[in-house]
Design a protein around this ligand. Sequence first.
Ligand code: ADP
Ligand code: MG
Length: 466
Amino acid sequence: MNCDNCVAHVPFTLFPSPIPSRLYQHCIDIQPIISTLMLRIANDSAFIEESLKSVVEVDDFTKNLLNINRIVQKEGLAQPVISCINRSDYMLDQYSEDGKDQIRIRQVEVNAIASGMAAHSCNTKLMHNYLMEKYRIKPEKGTKLLDNQSIELVAQGLIDAFNAYNKPDGYILFITEERCFNFADQLALEFEVQKTRPDIRIIRRSFISLPYIVKLGPNKELFADLDKEIAVIYFRYCYDPSNYSYNTAWDIRLLLERSRAIKCPSINFHLSGAKKFQQVLNNQEQLERFLSSSDAEKLTNVFCKFWSLEAGSPGGNEGYNIGTSSPENLVLKPQREGGGHNIFGEDIKAFLNNLNRPEDRSQYILMEYINSPKEKNWLLMQDDDCSKDNTRLNSNDLLVSELGIFGSVLAEGLDIMCNRTSGYLMRSKKYGNKEGGVAAGYAGLSSIVLVDDARNDIDLSLFFEK
Ligand code: ADP
Ligand code: MG
């Protein structure tokens, strides 16, 4: 939006989006396993080093993160308790079996840092309730609108971390961008913490202001504004190279990681969300390094196929050959977050052919494309104007949705103190748009209508276009 002092609404859908209930339930069931897996990756520095070795040779951003992890692990952690509020994202995948169309669910990625939209997500659910009641729209028989506790989950994750620091007059520090268009989602979270714990004080500071206001105390306490001892640092920023644009940005991230404050996420948790781990841990055998075989199987049930692109390795050569010969059903991804970085389908060929050196390939992974069914709904973007385009009232949009499940884990080393799951984020984008993400400007927020897939009297074409 081209306006310095404007407030814009988050894009949203008019109605909830459908998910077959057994698929939703599977995502809920595996969330604690995903949080445990991330914790075990975070604690295994040798595995992190080995997996990211070829990535960091060509990707300075990941290298800087890894360097900080090396430094703090070598020095010994000033704060052994680590926290991660994460969100695992999924899309429905339509495929054919025995000549019949089937729907399954596939994991897109796990977000280990700045997993946002928990507050807006709950509000979207309330808005859908309101609209349906106001216009007397009854959910179809065999379907159920799903309550959402995402904001409670995220707030509780911060409270858990605050309690573990054990300093009642400490503060939670939200680290944000300087001009934060997503302030309302963050502020609502602050209010939610305060609803149950009015004693906890929260401050929000932009990352760029930190060089002037933070310092370490004699026992590595983190102080902000001279004398506010920070119990918990909550990163809502610092996930993209562009976030480190000022001279001392990486020194400040190191200072934060060196401090006694509990970081949400700590640098090793942040690293555990790298997309490279999805590719490295893509099969049962690799996963069993960290998980029991039954837990590993539950995860592989929702995994897409992945390929490395590393030059000189057998798997990487195979990935390169597939990427340059038949990329129609693939996505190429760098080690980045926040939307807008992926290359889809036919564009992958030219992208790979235009890389300067074979070693540049190592920073990317290839992923199978998820073929989501088209849903009928309306998506209202910020610049929609029904008075100018009245066809919007008569014909629905065709959308595809992405489900996120929130998890929060707090641990000392490998000992888990809390591992919580609840709440969701549902986002919908126009069918045909490859990229997703609300903040990135591609998708709008939705809520969930569970479709009881054990019953066969529900006409799914009410929701999905055949
Ligand atoms: P980011 O960390 O930038 O959010 P994602 O892996 O979530 O990266 O990809 C961004 C968007 O691209 C997703 O929200 C989704 O809409 C789309 N996308 C990613 N992977 C796939 C895939 N395998 N198949 C189909 N769409 C995908
Ligand atoms: Mg994403």
